[in-house]
Design a protein around this ligand. Structure first.
Ligand SMILES: [Zn+2]
Length: 282
């Protein structure tokens, strides 16, 4: 599943190439992958590509509707303009091979002949045509994303004070904080020196302050490296981001801590793999 840095990476890349393009055709090859009537978008010019939480939002000039895109487990967006390509999301050979492929679900064609392919092997992802005003009521708008200005130290402190649950579970709760997934939460807790199982009400203000800085830093590192690629695709050379080369504790169980002699341990917390250094994290 792509996390915020992976989604932000493809958003930035698509914004460079899609803004100003006019749609001439939309083919929906799998009904489940596109909600709404795509015909209403013909002749529309793309105004902006934004993101809130892990959802990409495509808006149009003089139009109240927008298209939201969630890549889920295996979704990918590939823009093709002659020899030029922009690929993001789940990294597979479809990033570079001829399209469409058997995983292509939706194809947008622009009036200059360029195309945007939405590929999704397992069909959990979606494109939805929605009213902007309705969409703003969606729960993802009720909390700040970790890279938003309103994700402050105070905001984090107040969200943690209200519960007694393990810190990691609260940080992953998208109804409290937007955009942290399993990779970056493990690494942020390591950077802050806080054990994932610590109960939130035991955290001192000083620790929350350190944690806030660590979260922002780790997410920005993820964006800097273009996100992380799932390990089973790393061998497809050159595909995907490279944050996996910089994991601090995530997927490093049994390996030496980057800061001390201890070995990284793995436990399950809330059903998810959880990684920490027993010496550096308290
Ligand atoms: Zn350590």
């Amino acid at each position: 599943m792509p996390e915020l840095p992976e989604v932000e990476t493809i958003r930035r890349q698509l914004k460079e190439v899609l803004v100003g393009k006019t749609i001439s055709k939309i083919e929906v090859l799998r009904a489940k992958s596109f909600a709404g009537d795509p015909k209403s978008l013909i002749g529309r010019k793309i105004k902006d590509i934004q993101r809130k939480s892990k959802v990409i939002e495509v808006s149009f000039e003089d139009h109240e509707k927008m298209v939201t895109v969630h890549l889920k487990m295996t979704g990918q967006l590939v823009f093709v303009d002659g020899e030029m390509r922009v690929s993001g999301g789940h990294p597979t050979a479809d990033w570079v091979n001829g399209l469409h492929s058997k995983h292509t679900r939706v194809v947008w064609t622009f009036d200059d002949g360029s195309k945007l392919f939405f590929n999704d092997m397992r069909v959990f992802g979606w494109m939805k045509l929605v009213e902007r005003t309705q969409e703003l009521k969606n729960s993802r708008y009720q909390v700040p994303d970790v890279i938003d200005k309103d994700f402050t130290e105070d905001y984090l402190f107040n969200s943690l004070k209200k519960t007694k649950k393990p810190i990691k579970l609260i940080l992953l709760d998208q109804n409290k904080i937007g955009g942290l997934g399993n990779i970056y939460v493990n690494d942020a807790l390591f950077m802050a020196g806080v054990r994932p199982e610590r109960k939130t009400d035991t955290l001192e203000k000083k620790e929350v302050s350190k944690l806030h800085k660590a979260i922002v830093k780790v997410i920005n590192l993820g964006i800097k490296y273009g996100g992380a690629s799932a390990s089973n695709y790393v061998q497809v050379s050159g595909l995907g981001g490279t944050y996996q080369d910089h994991f601090l504790v995530y997927k490093r169980e049994g390996l030496k801590c980057r800061d001390c002699e201890s070995k990284i341990q793995k436990i399950k917390l809330g059903g998810r793999g959880t990684f920490f250094c027993p010496s550096c994290q308290k």
